[in-house]
Every structure is written in C-alpha cells, then in structure tokens.
Write a protein that binds this ligand. Structure first.
Ligand SMILES: Nc1ncnc2c1ncn2[C@@H]1O[C@H](COP(=O)(O)OP(=O)(O)OP(=O)(O)O)[C@@H](O)[C@H]1O
Length: 327
C-alpha cells in the first residue's frame, strides 16, 4: 500500500535525523515534510525550494483530486474464494456507503487477510483466491496500483511520529498537502475531532512526539475521515486505540464511507450492522446485528463506562470505594 501522508511523515527517518539541531517548525523542516510527501516521479520536476516543492505537492494533489472524483464507490462486492485448507467459501457479501461491518474470529483465523484482500482489491491473486468487484466490475490497474487511484485507507495499530512538529503545524501541512484551500480551518476541524475522541486532552501546541498512542491514533483517524478522499476505511482493532469508538465511527459514516472493523471486542463488533465470522481462513458466516444484540451493546457500554470511571479514579489516586459510591 502506498502510505498516506501521515505515514510518510512518520516514517521519514531521514527527516528525523536531519531535524536534529534545527529549531521547531523551521523552513527546513517544512521543506523536508513536503519533500517526503511527494512521490518520486514528482520530486525531480519540483526543484528544491519550499515554494517549488509546495507548488509541486499542490499540483500532485490536484491530479489526485481529479482522480478522486472517480473515487466514490456505490457498491463493493466480495466473491467467495477458499479457506486455508482449500475448502470453497460460500457467501454473498456487498458493502455500500455508510455500512459498518465487523470482522471477527480467533487469532490467526484470517481477519487481516480479508482486510488485505479488500485493500488490494484482490482478483483471485491472493492466498484466499477471493475477488473484489467495484461497482459491479473489475477495478482497473490505476485503481489497484496507483496511490491516487486507490480506494482504501487503512488505519493500523502501529504508528509513531518521528518529527517533532507541533500538532497544529503538522495538521496544517497535512491539510495543505491534501489540497485544502483553507488549511487553517481544516486543521482546526481535524484537531477538534481528534481531541473529542481521544481519552486525554491535548492542544495544537502539543509536540507530536509527546502524544500518547491514543492521541496519535485519534489524530490519524480524524485525518483519514476529514482530509482523505478514500471512500473505504479499514480499522484494525480500534478497541485498543484508546479512542472513543462511537465518535470515531460516526466521523466516517457521516461522510458516507464504507467501514470495516477487525475486532476481538463484542461492543465494537455490535457497533456494526453485521459481522463477518472468519474460521480457518474462510468466511464461515455473516450475521446481522439483531435488536436484541443492540440491547446487549447498551449494557456493555454502561459496564465499560463504569470500568473506565474506576480506572480514572485509580489513576488519579481517588480511593476506589469513593468512586464506587459515585457510580
Ligand atoms: N483463505 C486463506 N488462504 C490461505 N492463507 C490464509 C487465508 N486466510 C488467512 N491466511 C493466512 O493465515 C495467516 C493468519 O491470518 P491473519 O493474519 O489474517 O489472521 P488474523 O485473524 O488477522 O489474526 P490476528 O487476530 O492475530 O490479527 C496469514 O499468514 C494469512 O495470510
């Protein structure tokens, strides 16, 4: 997968090293960020100054947006393949905009494989043999293999920032690089969404390197929801992200994205309208979430809130008996 802007900025060890010894948010640092965010083929044509790189990235994003016009997806079908032991699968599976679907199954059963098949729009060329159709047809090569054509944003469990920009500067750069005409407003919107879903507060002035895992993931989720044009979002074990799951999901579904969640957590699974059960690499069942199960979700949510309240009390040194009384 071509990494998205955040991942590129994260992983640019080059920038990290070069950044040592420079004041925060120097022009040099911005130049590195733009440089890192540009695909190779665009770099040569851009030159080396901040202005030429910035313009280069704008041009690239404009080309990407033209491609993005065709990034909308009305339906995505997964056609059956085979399990790990080669048994044929049998199911009918269609995703539409705004759908939230959970993928469940024991460790090693093949949840990530299914996400991977969707991510690369498999055409019988992955170990599962599944085929993914976009709007009823085979995706073209551009959609499968070019960064601008790709339909899927994936949010994984691992992420680290290696640049020590302040959050607001990073978000503004990110918004600018995505071609936003109002990067300050876009950055403020992403920050607000991220703060509202992160467990612990942070501000635009917080350095990226000081963010907790949950805060970093909240930023990544808000960025993917508000700045990325990709119509399909894959979330890997969001329950471990330390973010408010309901808010995170609403950010995506409000924008009509197709959401797939790989999860081991019943409450997360019940936030989907159905769940795909994976066994031995194959799709064993597709279960619609019933009204009764939605009732379970409410009970689970109340329990989780109590648990969180006790955990917060414990963390802040409040005697647990007192916190218990207040529940
Ligand atoms: N249908 C399949 N055919 C062949 N290999 C498969 C199939 N499904 C999964 N595998 C392989 O089985 C291994 C485990 O699968 P995967 O990583 O998807 O499991 P998982 O459910 O995501 O596990 P975890 O819960 O630990 O993240 C991988 O190497 C994957 O490529």
């Amino acid at each position: 997968m071509m990494p998205d802007e955040i991942e590129i900025l994260d992983k640019t060890a080059e920038a990290f090293l070069a950044a040592r010894g420079f004041p925060p948010v120097s022009e040099h640092r911005k130049l590195e960020a733009y440089w890192a965010a540009l695909p190779w083929e665009f770099r040569d044509t851009c030159g080396w100054t901040l202005e030429t790189l910035r313009q280069g990235l704008r041009d690239y994003r404009a080309a990407e947006r033209e491609g993005a016009a065709s990034l909308s997806v009305e339906r995505l079908d997964v056609l059956p393949g085979r399990s790990k032991s080669g048994e044929p699968e049998s199911f009918s599976l269609t995703f539409r905009p705004g759908d939230v679907t959970a993928i469940v199954g024991p460790t090693g059963s093949g949840k990530s494989r299914l996400l991977g098949d969707i991510e690369c729009l498999a055409q019988g060329d992955t170990p599962s043999g599944r085929v993914v159709l976009v709007d009823g047809g085979k995706p073209d090569r551009k959609t499968r293999f070019t960064a601008e054509g790709r339909l899927v944003a994936q949010i994984t469990q691992n992420m680290n920032f290696v640049m020590d920009l302040e959050v607001e500067t990073f978000l503004r750069l990110h918004a600018e690089s995505r071609g936003s005409q109002t990067p300050d407003t876009a950055a403020a919107d992403v920050l607000e969404a991220a703060v509202s879903m992160a467990g612990e507060a942070f501000t635009g002035k917080t350095p990226l390197t000081q963010l907790s895992g949950g805060q970093s993931r909240a930023l990544m989720i808000a960025g993917a929801a508000l700045l990325s044009p990709k119509p399909i979002v894959l979330l890997d074990e969001i329950e471990n992200a330390g973010v408010d799951r309901a808010r995170a999901l609403a950010l995506f579904t409000d924008r009509g994205k197709i959401v797939l969640l790989s999860t081991h957590d019943p409450l997360t699974a019940l936030s989907g309208s159905r769940r795909i059960v994976i066994r031995n690499g194959g799709i064993a069942a597709i279960l619609e979430t019933t009204d009764e199960e939605r009732g379970y979700a409410e009970v689970l949510l109340r329990r989780e809130q109590r648990h969180n309240a006790l955990r917060n009390a414990m963390r802040s040194g409040t005697p647990l008996a007192q916190a218990w009384q207040e529940l």
